[in-house]
Each structure stands twice: as C-alpha cells, then as structure tokens.
Write a protein that binds this ligand. Sequence first.
Ligand code: ATP
Ligand code: MG
Length: 300
Amino acid sequence: MAIKTPVSLNGVLNVPEPAAADRSAPARPETFDAVGAMPAQPAPSPKLQIRGLNVFYGTFRAVRDVDLAIPGRSVTAIIGPSGCGKSTFLRTLNRMHELVPGTRVEGSVRLDGADVYATDVDPVELRRVVGMVFQRPNPFPTMSIYDNVVAGVRLTGRRAKSELDGIVESSLRRAALWSEVKDKLKENGTSLSGGQQQRLCIARALAVDPEVILMDEPASALDPIATLRIEELIAELRETYTIVIVTHNMQQAARVSDQTAFFSMGDDRAGYLVEFGPTSRIFTNPLHQLTEDYVSGRFG
Ligand SMILES: Nc1ncnc2c1ncn2[C@@H]1O[C@H](COP(=O)(O)OP(=O)(O)OP(=O)(O)O)[C@@H](O)[C@H]1O
Ligand SMILES: [Mg+2]
C-alpha cells in the first residue's frame, strides 16, 4: 500500500490557528515580572489543543467534554481507573479511533494549531507525525529487526539501501537498542526479549520522524528492569518529542511525566477529565478529592 502524501499536509499541520486570541493579542506583552524590567514570558502555544472532545462507540459516549492543552517537548501522563476512556482518548489524537467501525468524534483536536480532523488531512500521514506505541510489543512477526524498523519508512516510497541503513542505526540508537542488536539485524524481531521488542517498536515509531508519540501503557507487560529502561528512554525522548503516556502505575507517572491529566468516570460511564496540572502538584496537592483518592490508592 502506498501512502498518499498530500503536498498540502505539512502546510495543513503547521498553519497557525487564526484564533480570536491572536487577533486581539497586544503587540507587546502587558505583564511584567516582579523586577519590572523584563517582560513576562508568554505561554508557549500547546502542541496539541483538545476542545470539547466527545467520543462515541455507536450511541455509547466513552469520553465527555474534554478540554486539554498538551505542551510540546514534554511528557504528559494520562491516569485514571480502568474503563474511564484513557485509551479511547489517546486514539482520537491520531485518528486511530475512527478505524473502529461505528465510532464518532465531536469537538476538535489541533496539532500546532491545525485541525487534525479537517477533510484535507490524510490520516495515514497524521499517524506518521503522531505515532503510537501499544501496551503489548507488536513487532511484525515475519520481519527481521532491520525490516521492522524501516517498515513505515518503506511505505513512504523507495529509499536507497544506504539511506535505510542510516535510518535503522539512528532509530535504534535513539530507542537505546542499537548496542544490543547491531550484530543481529537480520534476526527476527520476535526473537528479542519483551523489553527489547518494545524498544524496537519505539524505534519503528521514531524511524518515520514523528513529532508526537502516544504510548498506551508501554511498560505494563514488562518486568521491572525492562520498565526502567523504557522510563529512561522516555526521559531522553522528551527533549525532542512530545510524549503522551497512559499508565496505571502511579510511581511511573510521577517519575516520567511533567504534567498529569486525571480522568474519572461518570454515572453514565462516560470518562471525563477531573483535573490537569504539573505532576508534582497533582500528586501532592490535588484540587479534587477524587484525584486525591486515586493517587493515594484509595480507589481505582
Ligand atoms: N471497540 C469498542 N466498542 C465499544 N465500546 C468500547 C470499545 N473499546 C472501548 N469501549 C468502551 O469505552 C470505554 C472506555 O474504554 P477504554 O479502553 O478507552 O478505557 P481505559 O481507560 O483505557 O481502560 P483500561 O485502563 O482498562 O485500559 C469503556 O466503557 C469500554 O468498555
Ligand atoms: Mg486502556
């Protein structure tokens, strides 16, 4: 299958949103810091801006009225009890949700200000820019380590072997796997340990040069050592990428993330965002009793 790469896509994804706020923004910032000499830093615009998001499976609403601004080049953790819509929410960010028949999304998701649900956005190209890593490592079972890494790259067109070699090495290095596999690139991807397979899947996501990486419980099937490797890797990747990670592990959320979104579930079983803020505050001084109960392990 060839990916149709619309020439407009980079443009589409990078066009700033013509928001009312922009038009009314003062030419100079009007707030100054306590010293009075330097203008206060304007807040950077979010990498992902979610507004009024409602997500349905048929008539069942799984996610209700989510507003969230996810900053770039940082790690955002999504936590909450089982069934509150964390995976569903994550999949709407790169339009994987629509691969399930009978589903529907209302509201908006903007990437660098551009609507990812606009009719001229190619969802396949969107999923290159907003990649995903799943709970269970899922290397392509019939492919070698090498071919797994460049599987997505090959879909974007013919590449010279020397270029593919370079992409394989740089992606495996960025995924902290190169030294362990460099002498057996022709071996099957499934011959690796679970933790190595997960890093292989991360290398595969990195090979197509994404900007955002969505991770749905990426370490929950791994042992503590392999989990630590994934957490160290996330800490390195956050310098370059925007990472959104779903986790059930409170210590992991506290260790790896800069900000945390806590979701809960209403009586109608629709998931909703209870609160969002810096991870240290969510864990030490949450605004809501529900959050306090969850992060302290009293329910969920
Ligand atoms: N394919 C589907 N068809 C219908 N309903 C679904 C589907 N997938 C999920 N749901 C429902 O949507 C709701 C949210 O599910 P989701 O998997 O997003 O929750 P979650 O927070 O990721 O849970 P967990 O922590 O157990 O992974 C649940 O009520 C679930 O039963
Ligand atoms: Mg889930």
